[in-house]
Structure formats: structure tokens, C-alpha cells
Design a protein around this ligand. Structure first.
Ligand SMILES: [Zn+2]
Length: 237
């Protein structure tokens, strides 16, 4: 299992990989799960958490980087099982109550086509069991005892949030994509200009490592390069 550690000893385990990533942040003041993967990954998630000598009941907090189905399909079950508190952006709280978050547009011709198709196939496949939230992100939210700060990084979805750990490592959901070697640009986004502004916010943190919702870790240098490329492009048009 992939693993990171900050200078203050906060550990981050990648408890789900493959199609959607999920991370568990462990510190002496609590265990925080970030994203839950798809329904089909539930057993694997449980098994991986147990392999760390933790029980799922030891999860205190669940943060959702956003409420697309592939990140939150297990949120209801995890909350029921662990009684953890759930945090999402206030901009997506209403979706979680209904169990469906509108799908974003494709950012490339091919993904635009796929998602138009997906939207027609309907809500059932891309929905999730509704869940209640306990705390909403309305701006920068500092969870001091956990050494975690949440910052809004909208664009991929209107309520996308990034989790900054020790101002060193960020879990960014789909604000960045880790699937392509030389690009961080996600194939789907609600508002690409807003998303690129959010990359600027991530670069203003001290983080050098960015852990995405899909694919592999991204280093600051690549994000910096991509930010310069796309923010200039935005200015020209
Ligand atoms: Zn997404």
C-alpha cells in the first residue's frame, strides 16, 4: 500500500487505488478518511483499513473532496458503520441529501461524447445512497488538532475541496488528474477557468506532493508548469 508521512509524523495511506483513490490520514488525534470509492470497492476498502490494524470503527471523520458517485458511493455505509462525522462543501450538501450529483462536461471531444451518453443513460448508475452531513465547508476550514486545512478548489465540480495536510501534502480529489504522465488536466470539469484558478490556490500552499482522486501522485513542478500553460491560454482568449 502506498504511504506518505509529513515531517510532523502524520501518516497517509492509500486505502483504495485502481479506478478511484481513497486515502486514510492517521494522526494521534484521529483518523480521517478522504473519499470512499465506488460501491464495488467497499469490501476492498474495509480489508485495506483492517490491514493497518485499524477497525473501520476507528474512523472519526470522513471528508469528501466532492460528491461525484465514484468518490462517495460508500459514504452512507461508512457513516452507518462507524458513526464518523461527514464533511462536504456547502455547495454540494444538497446533492448528498438526494443521492445524485450532476455530472460535469467533458473537457476533451472524446470525454464530452462519453459524458453526453452517460447523462442520457440516467441517474441510477451514477447515483449513490443519500447521506447526511455534519459539517460544511464554506471557505478555508482549519481542523487544527488534526493538522488539516480544507480549502475550496472548485471547478471540476462546484463544491470541490482539497485537503491540505501539514501544509506539505494535499489530497485534491479531481481538481488534478494523475492518470497522464505529463498533464494534470482532468477529462471532466464543470468550469475549467475556475479549476485553473484553484490550481493557483494549491500552488500558494507549501505542498510539494498532490494526491489525486485518480492515478498517481503529482509533484509541484508539473502542477506549476501546467498552471502557467493553462492560465496563459485563458488570458489570451
Ligand atoms: Zn469527479
Amino acid at each position: 500500500m502506498k504511504y506518505w508521512k509529513t515531517k510532523n509524523g502524520i501518516e497517509i495511506f492509500q486505502v483504495l487505488n485502481r479506478r478511484s483513490n481513497s486515502y486514510l490520514i492517521c494522526s494521534e488525534n484521529g483518523n480521517t478518511l478522504v473519499d470512499t470509492g465506488r460501491e464495488s470497492a467497499y469490501k476492498r476498502l474495509q480489508k485495506n483499513i483492517r490491514s493497518l490494524n485499524l477497525k473501520p470503527e476507528n474512523i472519526d471523520l470522513l471528508i469528501l473532496t466532492h460528491t461525484h458517485y465514484d468518490h462517495c458511493q460508500n459514504a452512507f455505509k461508512i457513516k452507518e458503520q462507524t458513526s464518523c462525522k461527514v464533511i462536504v462543501s456547502e455547495r454540494e450538501a444538497e446533492y448528498s441529501e438526494h443521492g445524485f450529483t450532476p455530472l460535469p462536461d467533458g473537457t476533451f471531444a472524446i470525454t464530452r461524447f462519453i459524458f453526453d451518453l452517460g447523462k442520457r443513460i440516467g441517474q441510477r448508475r451514477f447515483g449513490y445512497k443519500p447521506f447526511t452531513t455534519d459539517m460544511l465547508v464554506t471557505g478555508v476550514l482549519n481542523l487544527e488538532t488534526l493538522r488539516i486545512t480544507l480549502i475550496p478548489t472548485a471547478g471540476h465540480s462546484k463544491g470541490s475541496v482539497s485537503v491540505i495536510i501539514d501544509n506539505e501534502i494535499a489530497i485534491v480529489g479531481d481538481a488534478l488528474f494523475g492518470v497522464f504522465a505529463k498533464s494534470v488536466f482532468p477529462p471532466f470539469a464543470d468550469d475549467t477557468n475556475e479549476m485553473i484558478n484553484s490550481w493557483g490556490k494549491l500552488l500558494k500552499t507549501g505542498c510539494n506532493t498532490f494526491l489525486p482522486g485518480h492515478g498517481h501522485e503529482i509533484k509541484r513542478e508539473l502542477l506549476q508548469k501546467e498552471y502557467e500553460k493553462y492560465s496563459q491560454r485563458g488570458r489570451k482568449t
